[in-house]
Design a binder for this molecule. Structure first.
Ligand SMILES: Cc1cc2nc3c(=O)[nH]c(=O)nc-3n(C[C@H](O)[C@H](O)[C@H](O)COP(=O)(O)OP(=O)(O)OC[C@H]3O[C@@H](n4cnc5c(N)ncnc54)[C@H](O)[C@@H]3O)c2cc1C
Length: 270
């Protein structure tokens, strides 16, 4: 069995800065990390390998990003993946979710076949959650999303549970299939020294746009129907008014009510 895990490099910060001119994210000088929700996808794949020892399962981490994203592929190898690939090429730059999914789907076709493709629920920067389902659609595969438990893999099928309003749903799908876990599926392990040493010795091939055999104008900014046209940051203004209630709380209350009314907050509150 061959398993692929799609992992994304994201800024290791809460607030992403977007360049107001280009509309793309400022990555320079920003520390990066493996997208936290992808750690659950890596963990799921590694646990399948541990739980089905009979089968010579191979796990490959695949990421599309700038050259330094090799670091996160190496991290995934240290966590238990057998190998990894980095899609990196200036022509991938500025890709929206469709252009990203096209490149990843092509890479999966080229590097495949894969029986299982894991992705994270969403990336902490773009947060669209679109890439997993889009890659499945482009590959014509079933997708199992919001997976909170993997019950059984065997006989060419996978059986999972997912949390739904007021309960759980059990789903089964034929392999190959795409699986998108939620964080409740597992607790990701930490890297071991052995894992880090193994990762150090593992070469990570870099795949460019020409290697994918797809028209390059379907990739990157030119292949992205979603373009960031303007980035504006709301001006955070802190204006306040101190109302002294000592001595005459009644008058202070009236003053507060008058101000709320003035700002049309009262109606909304009642
Ligand atoms: C603030 C911000 C807002 C954005 N808004 C939009 C938007 O509205 N529409 C749009 O089309 N694009 C948008 N983008 C661009 C979008 O981030 C990129 O296209 C990105 O590569 C994929 O989308 P995502 O970050 O939402 O990932 P998600 O779809 O949330 O990622 C889901 C999973 O897919 C996999 N994955 C995602 N990206 C990669 C990758 N590069 N390599 C390997 N695996 C990956 C990971 O497993 C990840 O957990 C935005 C970017 C930013 C920074």
């Amino acid at each position: 069995m061959r398993i692929a895990v799609l992992i994304k490099q994201v800024p290791a910060v809460d607030t992403v800065k977007i360049d107001e001119k280009t509309g793309t994210m400022v990555r320079a000088g920003v520390e990066a990390e493996l997208n936290p929700l992808d750690l659950h996808a890596v963990e799921a794949a590694v646990r399948i390998k541990e739980q089905i020892p009979a089968d010579d399962i191979e796990i490959f981490a695949i990421s599309m990003g700038p050259a330094q994203a090799k670091k996160i592929v190496s991290h995934a190898i240290a966590l238990g993946c057998d190998g990894g690939f980095l899609l990196s090429d200036r022509r991938f730059g500025g890709a929206d979710t469709l252009a990203t999914s096209r490149a990843l789907a092509k890479a999966l076709e080229k590097l495949g076949p894969f029986d299982l493709i894991f992705t994270g629920e969403r990336a902490t920067d773009g947060e669209t959650g679109q890439v997993g389902p889009a890659v499945s659609e482009l590959l014509g595969l079933p997708v199992l999303s919001y997976v909170s438990e993997i019950e059984k893999i065997g006989d060419g099928k996978i059986k999972v549970r997912r949390a739904i309003e007021g309960g759980h749903e059990t789903l089964e799908a034929p392999l190959p299939c795409c699986v998108i876990p939620v964080k409740e599926l597992n607790i990701p392990r930490l890297c071991t020294l052995g894992g880090k040493l193994r990762a150090k010795g593992t070469e990570i091939p870099v795949i460019g746009a020409d290697d994918l055999g797809i028209e390059t104008d379907l990739l990157g900014l030119s292949g992205s129907p979603t373009q960031v046209v303007r980035v504006t940051y709301p001006k955070m203004t802190r204006e306040g008014k101190k109302i002294n209630a000592t001595g005459n709380p009644e008058a202070a209350t009236q003053e507060i009510l008058r101000l709320l009314e003035e700002k049309n907050c009262l109606e909304a509150a009642l």
